[in-house]
Design a protein around this ligand. Structure first.
Ligand code: CMC
Length: 428
């Protein structure tokens, strides 16, 4: 028997089918709601209860603190995989064989040249420009240099667009940083692994050899994997909704980067460090800031705390906290900010305001501490998040196009003025 949900609207009963996911999640399928009820809609600001799609990429259980990419646990992937393998997994659905991996990496390298004219666009930005604004613009500009649209019915065409953006994006990330630092805009080194190449492109000085530090390579690999996908979050939903109008991949990604920039989403990693710095400058009184976070008349929020979906713990935060300890110790960095972060976490874990609202440290609470130890400037933190999230965005865009999803176009409940007659300017 098909399972159904019954809805009663003004005394009239309607039935809607239930859809069940592979992890036994249940959703009421309201596709026929407006048609059968004569125009009734649902309203759900922030989409707190609304599924926008069926997806086979990432599963997360916010109550149990589970995160899996294509069925593999985030803990295992962060420990054992490299970022490019995870990218392949997210985009194409399976871990690559050695042969597939080598071909994938070689294809990415072969597409890693960014048209030299893009330098002129980079040059036009002031050094003070926020790197996320620059990155979003440069990603959008790629469309102008690669104007052919992707034929989504061709696997080959889809594959080409995937390797093209995975090759060019790290160059844009590096140029964004180098512009800020006043360094020449270089290309990468195709003899290196993906993550090593990113680091070299970002940090190589024109007058010195770049020495790879395995601690930093491992830490960045882990951070990128932890950020690689997170199902239908704000930026991913943006990528899918922009792409649903059949806008190109680069344009959709550029919109996703803008969505990620905000401090309630990816921008939180920068906001966390700014907050920890401010607390340190103010004498390190964590209790004062805990009180501010709880005061409803104070707009201050404890950045890096809380999550729309995780209501127990964020599994990524657990891994990052351990990694932060290791990286700082391995690099011999003593950062008083880490003690402030740990102090805030300890207080929040026993404070009823945070416990009752299920507010725990999220992925961004400790990531900035690692980025800082790696020598990455504060306003580049969210750019690093974008680099990690890229395969997730691509995989979600690809899935959306392959599933031939309709254009994303929500409804609304109109609460404005009813009809009014126009009054000429002189009579108002
Ligand atoms: N500090 C103090 N109070 C908070 C916080 C916080 N960080 N987060 C939520 N609350 C309170 C909020 O005021 C509300 O209280 P009340 O029920 O009394 O009105 C309650 O907790 C529920 O909050 P909400 O804003 O309705 O929850 P949400 O699911 O809409 O928002 C969030 C989730 C992540 C936007 C929010 O927790 C937040 O603003 N956190 C700080 C920013 C942050 O760290 N963002 C990174 C998210 S993880 C990385 C990513 O995926 O981008």
């Amino acid at each position: 028997m098909t399972k159904k949900a019954t809805l009663e609207v003004n005394g009239q009963k309607y039935e809607f089918p239930l859809s069940t996911g592979t992890e036994n999640e249940v959703a009421i399928n309201i596709n026929a709601l407006r048609a059968t009820t004569g125009g009734v809609t649902t309203i759900d600001p922030g989409f707190k209860n609304t599924g926008s799609c069926k997806s086979g990429i990432t599963f997360l259980d916010g109550e149990k603190g589970i995160l899996r990419y294509r069925g593999y646990s985030i803990e295992e992937l962060a420990e054992k995989a490299n970022f490019l393998e995870v990218a392949y997994l997210l985009i194409f659905g399976e871990l690559p064989t050695k042969e597939e991996f080598d071909k994938f990496h070689a294809d990415i390298k072969s597409k890693s040249i960014v048209d030299d004219d893009i330098r002129k666009i980079v040059d036009a930005f002031p050094k003070s420009a926020h790197p996320m604004g620059v990155l979003s613009s440069l990603t959008s500009a790629l469309t102008a240099f690669n104007p052919t649209s992707v034929n989504v019915d061709s696997e080959e065409d889809m594959y080409k667009s995937v390797v093209r953006i995975l090759g060019k994006f790290p160059v844009l990330v590096a140029w964004t940083l180098r512009k800020k630092e006043g360094l020449p805009l270089d290309y990468g080194d195709n003899n290196l692994g993906y993550v090593q190449n990113v680091l070299k492109m970002m940090f190589k000085k024109p007058n010195e050899e770049y020495q790879q530090n395995p601690i930093i390579v491992n830490a960045l690999n882990k951070l990128l994997i932890l950020h690689a996908d997170h199902e239908q979050n704000c930026s991913t939903s943006t990528v899918r909704i922009v792409g649903s109008s059949h806008a190109g991949l680069f344009a959709s990604l550029s919109a996703g980067i803008s969505a990620l920039w905000g401090p309630l989403h990816g921008g939180a990693n920068q906001a966390v460090l700014e907050m920890l710095e401010a607390i340190k400058e103010d004498g390190g009184d964590t209790k004062k800031y805990m009180a501010k976070a709880k005061d409803k008349n104070d707009p201050f929020r404890l950045m890096g705390f809380g999550h729309r979906v995780y209501k127990n713990f964020d599994p990524r935060a657990k891994i990052i906290k351990v990694a932060a300890d290791e990286v700082l110790e391995d690099l011999g960095v003593e950062d008083p900010i880490l003690d402030i972060a740990k102090g805030l976490e300890q207080e929040a874990l026993k404070d009823s305001y945070f416990v009752d609202r299920k507010l725990y440290p999220n992925v961004d609470f400790y990531s900035g501490i690692i980025y800082r130890a790696m020598g990455i400037p504060l306003d580049m933190f969210t750019v690093m998040f974008a680099l990690g999230r890229l395969p997730g965005w691509i995989g979600q865009w690809r899935e959306m196009r392959l599933n031939k999803e309709p254009i994303g176009r929500p409804r609304q409940l109109y609460v404005g003025e009813t009809y009014r007659q126009f009054k000429p300017l002189e009579k108002r």
